[in-house]
Design a protein around this ligand. Structure first.
Ligand code: NAD
Length: 420
């Protein structure tokens, strides 16, 4: 299994990052091994009745990286390229993110290999419910709490909630986060990740002594995270000049109006064809000059090829794992780009998921202002702690953030000891 995981490029990248951090922290061999490998890797075959009468079998995965600090927490992804290595890598990153943010969780991630754009809503519902049914014995509010990720949204979470609650014979909102507000989802959860990205961008601009008003940004990916990052950066007075998604890329030097773009995407399904901007090559848009570049789509888009040519002051990693290790080395060597690493940059999502879980367990219901204020307080604290850590240890933000996360997990593993 170890070989299989290490041969996957995304897990290989996460493991490579971990090894660097473990060396930096001087972790002993026992703790290093226990922190690196996932506790549980679950694979499910998911037979589904398709609309045309056929039965199709999909494969779904859930990786629970470790449960030493609490239940695992992490999203569920629907994408054609989902495989066990990618899911295991994303689960590992969730660990370090949760501990960096001081949340009482281990990391988890799930995925189903499928192309949601080719499935009807009824097929997606049957697929989601079948996955929820198969995974029910392995999850629970104190074991594993899922949330949306690429290709899934509040509706998918509602189906999982309904399937799990039907089995339990009672309403169990604390089994899932990112669900609709009317099912006791949290106010502010939908926009939390993008809001957090935009908030941290303003903190990084402050740190560099650059004004937020009029600062320019380019965003890759216009799904949940990207669209709310665009909207919130605009609300903070920034100008988003370029946006891309699977349909193409668009550019407007005077700034793209986020309300109009959201309406266009709701109607057409993608950013391409937006009238108030010109089309541009999606690879080229990443290389245009801007204050802030926000990759908010998938992994490994900033590579050793494009990293030398980036023209941004801040790289805000809204996506998980957008920068390869060789690209990281290029950015570190350049020294002119301030990196907000993924484990901090997109932590707004899991932080508000944690708020949602706490509200559900206590039957509280907080307002959006309460939620977003608490989120900003937590992100600000993590940002300041990270800067102080990097200053003390003379290291970059990637290493600093991962080291903070890994160290907290390693200390818990050490204190709990090894059973038997
Ligand atoms: P989503 O499915 O809502 O949106 C994904 C977006 O990426 C879409 O606009 C899609 O068109 C675009 N995209 C896909 N391939 C692309 C490509 N090659 N070039 C340009 N755009 C491309 O997904 P999301 O929930 O917004 O997640 C985006 C990223 O943020 C992922 O890495 C995810 O793991 C991470 N993340 C999400 C959350 C969350 O709360 N949803 C939280 C933390 C991290």
């Amino acid at each position: 299994m170890k070989e299989q995981l290490l041969n996957d490029p995304v897990f290989g990248m996460a493991a490579g990052q971990f090894d660097r951090v473990a060396d930096f922290l001087n972790l002993d061999q026992s703790v290093r091994e226990r922190c690196k490998w996932p506790k549980r890797i679950l694979t499910f075959s998911l037979p589904v009745h398709m609309d045309d009468g056929r039965t199709e079998v999909f494969f779904g995965y859930r990786v629970q990286h470790h449960l030493s600090r609490g239940p695992v927490k992490g999203g569920l992804r629907f994408h054609p390229k989902v495989n066990v290595g990618e899911v295991a890598a994303l689960a590992m990153w969730m660990n370090w993110k949760c501990s960096l943010m001081g949340l009482p969780y281990g990391g988890g991630k799930g995925g189903i290999t499928c192309d949601p754009s080719k499935l009807s809503m009824t097929e997606q519902e049957r697929l989601t419910r079948r996955f929820a049914q198969e995974i029910t014995p392995f999850i629970g509010p104190e074991i594993d709490v899922m949330a949306p990720d690429v290709g899934t949204n509040a509706q998918h979470m509602a189906w999982i909630l309904d399937t799990y609650s039907t089995h339990a014979g009672r309403f169990v909102p604390e089994i899932i986060t990112g669900k609709p507000v009317e099912l006791q989802g949290s106010e502010g959860r939908t926009e939390a990740t993008g809001h957090g990205v935009a908030f941290l961008v303003t903190r990084a601009l402050d740190k560099l002594g650059l004004p937020v008003q009029g600062a320019t940004a380019i965003v890759q990916g216009y799904g949940n995270v990207g669209s709310y990052a665009v909207e919130t950066m605009e609300a903070f007075g920034m100008k988003v000049r370029g946006v891309s998604d699977v349909s193409g890329a668009i550019w407007n030097v005077n700034g793209i109006n986020s309300d109009k773009l959201r309406a266009h995407v709701a109607k057409t399904g993608g950013v391409a064809g937006f009238k108030e901007a010109e089309p541009i090559d999606p690879d080229e848009v990443l290389l245009r000059e801007c204050d802030v570049l926000v990759p908010a789509a998938l992994e490994r888009v900033i590579t050793e090829k494009n990293a030398p040519n980036l023209r941004c002051r801040i790289l805000a990693e809204a996506a998980n794992g957008p920068t390869t290790q060789p690209a990281d080395a290029v950015i570190e060597e350049r020294g002119d780009i301030f990196l907000i690493p993924d484990v901090l940059c997109n932590a707004g999502g899991v932080t508000v998921s944690y708020f949602e879980w706490v509200q559900n367990l206590q039957r509280f219901s907080w307002t959006k202002t309460e939620v977003l204020t608490k989120l900003e307080t937590k992100l600000n604290e993590a940002f300041e702690n990270l800067l102080a850590f990097c200053d003390r240890n003379q290291c970059g933000t990637r290493l600093g953030a991962l080291a903070t996360g890994v160290d907290a997990v390693a200390r818990v593993k050490k204190t709990r000891g090894l059973f038997p």
